[in-house]
Design a protein around this ligand. Structure first.
Ligand SMILES: [Zn+2]
Length: 268
């Protein structure tokens, strides 16, 4: 079971309150210590002398820079497709998830490493990976591991739009019916999660649970569409798993937590 969970803030994420996430994890995992921290870099640099911080900051900036993606078109398609920058899609900074995680992992102190500790680093930057045969960079919300990285911009940008919506929208824009397209956006926005959406903490907690179950029970995914462990590749799936009235841990996964609590050694 997990001894400690450390949650790092993404202060620029509108509406994100990691205290909400921490309280929920605390309720569900009474035997696990849950701690909230400032954002990952600020917290980690805070452990050093002021003189060292400037040097470290520069080193980190350099290493991050090497991991940033500036053209979302797959390298092997760049000769026949127009470049698409993260700015074109209003994404902010975009990083390769795995090398970014390597940079963050190197900053974790030895005494907080290992499977009994779970680090949840929320960030506003986007993360993703290149997928063979795909023409464009694939955004992702979560990168499991040490630390687990959760991109709040990814909540909105990574899941696929409902097929019908994307199709209808392209049609309307194609016919120059911008106003109708905007109306469609508004109707869609009522259902799907958007930027600066008050429901962000429900989604943030859902992804934290995915990370907890993966690390504590090696559980990845669930067949119940209303369970937070259900895969969320589309906006519909994300809404079903986290935002609907009946979105909650399924019986099987809820039981795993209660059973783990019962088996935990009594504090002496
Ligand atoms: Zn489940």
């Amino acid at each position: 079971m997990l001894d400690r969970i450390f949650i790092y803030d993404a202060p620029d994420a509108a509406g994100l309150d990691i205290g909400v996430v921490a309280r929920r994890l605390d309720e569900l995992l009474p035997d696990t210590e849950v701690e909230t921290r400032t954002d990952f870099f600020t917290w980690r640099l805070g452990q050093f002398e002021p003189g060292q911080v400037a040097v470290l900051t520069e080193q980190i900036a350099e290493r991050l820079d090497e991991r940033e993606v500036h053209d979302l078109v797959a390298p092997e398609r760049r000769s026949d497709l127009e470049p698409v920058t993260p700015d074109d899609r209003d994404l902010g900074a975009v990083y390769l998830a795995e090398p970014l995680q390597d940079v963050l992992r190197a900053m974790l102190p030895a005494e907080e490493r290992g499977v009994a500790n779970l680090h949840l680093a929320y960030i506003t930057q986007c993360i993703g990976r290149w997928v063979a045969e795909e023409s464009y960079f694939r955004l992702q919300i979560i990168r499991h591991g040490e630390p687990t990285i959760i991109s709040t911009t990814g909540f909105v940008e990574a899941p696929a739009l409902p097929r019908e919506y994307a199709f209808r929208r392209a049609q309307l824009v194609g016919f120059g019916m911008e106003e109708a397209a905007e109306e469609l956006d508004a109707r869609f926005a009522g259902k799907a999660l958007g930027h600066a959406d008050a429901r962000i903490n429900r989604v943030a907690t859902g992804f934290a649970l995915k990370a907890v179950f993966r690390q504590a029970f090696a559980e990845d995914g669930c067949d119940e569409p209303t369970c937070p462990l259900h895969p969320t590749a589309t906006h519909d799936e994300l809404a079903r798993a986290y935002l609907d009235d009946d979105s909650r841990l399924c019986d099987r996964h809820a039981r795993m937590l209660t059973d783990a609590g019962r088996d935990a050694p009594e504090p002496s």
